[in-house]
Design a protein around this ligand. Structure first.
Ligand code: ASP
Ligand code: MG
Length: 440
């Protein structure tokens, strides 16, 4: 079994959807195809929810109408037969009727999640209509029939596997299945989702459930690049990454892959390939358990970071201090990314400021608390970075002109993280790129 996931830009134009169709019928190996919503749709759905949460029905209606007219021109280009077009139009009407009904009822979070699911429901149904029109034999698998999360919002991998295998056993000779990314059911049996960008996660969970041969993530770039292509010129795709390296890069800013999508693939040792729909022959990036090559492979950066320093003489020679501090973060469900300590002070970073005031108030029981906002983590990833000689020196030489707020080194064999003020991040990324990749 092979899993092929196509992102929003890969299905965002009628001609791209046709390319996706070509890609999935290239060979007749069994496959499950996971589709995102058309590019821009989920953003529009988020805006509809936001407008409704402020009781702005007029604003919501405007966005709904605009989105509907987008789909009404999309399907005309997508499909060529009267029958296909009639089917597509009825699908579009059904889903927009639903959105219009929502305008009339009281808005709540469960309804918001229903709204967010419409994008993937539409994209998959329209795509299946295209396959039907072309007499391509495929089975449509609604994600809510198998994809589920528990009360902690965690996917229930074993149940997902059980349900999927049961469903597929009804189709012993079928080679092609189409399903939605992102959409799932929660423990209350309501429609829910795997968070923004979650279609990658869907693909990875399905890949794990089947112990698939490969999970292919098709996007609009030729793999994970060695630096942020929006900021740095002449970045290059990285041919191979280990699961750990890819997880660090995805978590610390490489937008191409949802960070949570690594663990299911890693757990079942299923290779993940990042490929480009617009350039299918490009090699892209292959992510496997193997750690290849030496030295720095890639740099990524994550903005919106807050550093919190707790300075306390009570920390001196004390045990249990870190636990007490971390318990406060646990209490407010705030994950910590970077940590550095000295004998009398501790600095941590967080990317979720929801409970910042409460965190500070409680941390102040331990000592003096200082907060620096608008920070960025620059994450430098490679194989054995922390053991290969001179790497740290090269990084620090490149950073010589830039103030560094924190350094995390030695936490793993494949990562060095620097915390800098966001105002210097772009320059730092360019300088690091020049110094670390010139000879690669
Ligand atoms: N459509 C969802 C989003 O835009 C999920 C995805 O595309 O991965 O976040
Ligand atoms: Mg994505």
């Amino acid at each position: 079994m092979k899993i092929m996931k196509f992102g929003g830009t890969s299905v965002g134009k009628p001609e791209r959807m046709h390319q996706v169709k070509d890609l999935i019928i290239q060979d007749d190996s069994p496959k499950i195809v996971v589709l995102s919503a058309l590019a821009g749709t989920t953003n529009a759905l988020v805006q509809i929810g936001e407008a409704l949460s402020h009781a702005d029905k007029k604003g919501a209606k405007l966005i709904i109408d605009e989105l509907q007219s987008h789909y009404e021109s999309f399907y005309l280009e997508l499909l060529g037969t009267d029958a296909g077009r009639a089917k597509a139009l009825s699908i579009i009407q059904e889903h927009f009727e639903f959105l219009n009904i929502i305008l009339k009822i009281n808005f709540n979070e469960a309804i918001n999640r229903d709204i967010l699911a419409q994008g993937e429901l539409l994209s998959t149904k329209l795509f299946c209509t295209l396959l039907d029109e072309l007499f391509i034999d495929a089975v449509f698998l609604p994600a809510i029939d198998f994809m589920s999360i528990d009360e902690n919002q965690e996917p229930e991998l074993l149940k997902i596997e059980e349900r999927l295998k049961a469903i597929l056993s009804d189709y012993p000779h079928q080679k092609l299945f189409i399903t939605q990314g992102f959409v799932c059911k929660n423990h209350r049996k309501e429609i829910d989702n795997l968070k923004r960008g979650g279609s990658d996660y869907t693909a990875s969970l399905i890949g794990a459930a089947f112990n698939a041969e490969v999970i292919e993530i098709w996007t609009d770039i030729d793999g994970m690049h060695n630096n942020d292509p929006r900021i740095v010129d002449q970045t290059k795709p990285i041919a191979q990454l280990s699961f750990d390296e890819a997880a660090e890069l995805a978590y610390f800013g490489a937008k191409i892959l949802h960070p949570a999508s690594i663990w299911p693939a890693q757990m079942y040792n299923v290779p993940v390939k990042l490929l480009n729909t617009m350039q299918p022959e490009a090699l892209g990036t292959t992510i496997t358990a193997e750690e290849q090559g030496q030295g720095v492979k890639a740099i990524a950066a994550k903005d919106g970071i807050t550093a919190i320093k707790i300075k306390s003489s009570r920390m001196l020679l004390a045990y249990g201090f870190l636990r007490k501090v971390f318990e406060i973060f646990e209490k407010f469900k705030t994950p910590i990314d970077m940590i550095t300590t000295s004998e009398v002070a501790l600095s941590v970073t967080i990317d979720d400021e929801t409970h910042l005031a409460e965190l500070i108030a409680e941390l102040e029981h331990f000592g003096v608390v200082e907060v620096d906002q608008n920070q960025s983590i620059i994450c430098i990833v490679g194989n054995m970075v922390a053991e290969s000689k001179g790497t740290l020196k090269d990084i620090m030489d490149a950073m010589i002109e830039y103030p560094i707020r924190m350094v995390s080194y030695g936490g793993s064999r494949h990562n060095v993280s620097l915390l800098v003020n966001t105002s210097i991040k772009n320059d730092a990324l360019r300088t690091l790129n020049k110094s670390l990749f010139t000879f690669n």
